[in-house]
Design a protein around this ligand. Sequence first.
Ligand SMILES: Cc1cc2nc3c(=O)[nH]c(=O)nc-3n(C[C@H](O)[C@H](O)[C@H](O)COP(=O)(O)O)c2cc1C
Length: 294
Amino acid sequence: MKKQNIIDHDKCKKCKLCIEVCPVNMIGIDSNGLTNFIPERESICLECGQCMAVCSTDAIKISKYSYEENFYPLPEKNVDYEKFTDFIASRRSIRNYKNKPVERSIIEQIIESLDYAPYGSEPNKVKITVFNNREKIESALPLIEKFLDDIIHWVDSPIVSRIIKLKKGNETFNTLKNHLYPMSKLENYKLKFGDRITRGAPAILVFHGDKGAEEHTNNAIIYATYAIFTAHSLGLGAAMNGIVPAAINKEPQIREMFKIPKNEEAVISVILGYPKIKYKKAIKREPKITNWVA
Ligand SMILES: Cc1cc2nc3c(=O)[nH]c(=O)nc-3n(C[C@H](O)[C@H](O)[C@H](O)COP(=O)(O)O)c2cc1C
């Protein structure tokens, strides 16, 4: 379908900012000296909206967006570095929740915040399935417990280990072998000790997408990261959870319970709820290994 990207030349001040910011060089000066979309490049538009956001006279319209629905003025003052680091430092992965459901409107606010996230290639190839029902989450736990127990047999078996490495790659295999296997061996996730899988959380968001969809893995992790910070800003506790998606991808019955379509893979999940415990200190971890070149 032809894109309806338009520049209103009565409004355009020819500042060329849209040309400068466009990530795919889709806007240029045409033979009449007017700023215009370059028709043969419109198919590579990322629909990021930056051209419209930078235009001071609202002269640009790309097919997906309108100034009325998708744009609003930014405040003059931004959060400063100190406030920002205080905020990110005060977030913790929350694994102790009050027995209190999360209002749907709050989860909607969290999901809405993902609209502001960066994305590779396509923003909407990641889907989010929301479970806001503790009973439903609990019903999946025995199957997830079994999946975690099975990891012991898989890693102990040289043949199965080789198959996992070949099919899933070294990163997945090493996560199983070096992270989940020792945990399972020590019965860390056994339900007889309580729910150490979803930690009693009343809600969980599962981020998933078509197996081959471009950049869906990176985008899902970015969206989940935004989700945990937005949850924190709303007074909720949250934590990433990699076990639930791994179990969904391996066991069809768990996939069915979480309503993830067969051709899709779960990438990451986020558990959510009201935190029971308040942390009094930020944790400053050891510095990242950094190579400064020149
Ligand atoms: C990709 C990923 C997967 C994670 N999976 C789990 C998980 O399955 N269960 C869990 O309790 N925490 C999980 N976490 C949370 C980490 O354990 C946590 O971020 C880490 O311990 C640091 O603690 P902090 O978030 O409070 O700084 C995961 C984090 C990431 C980034």
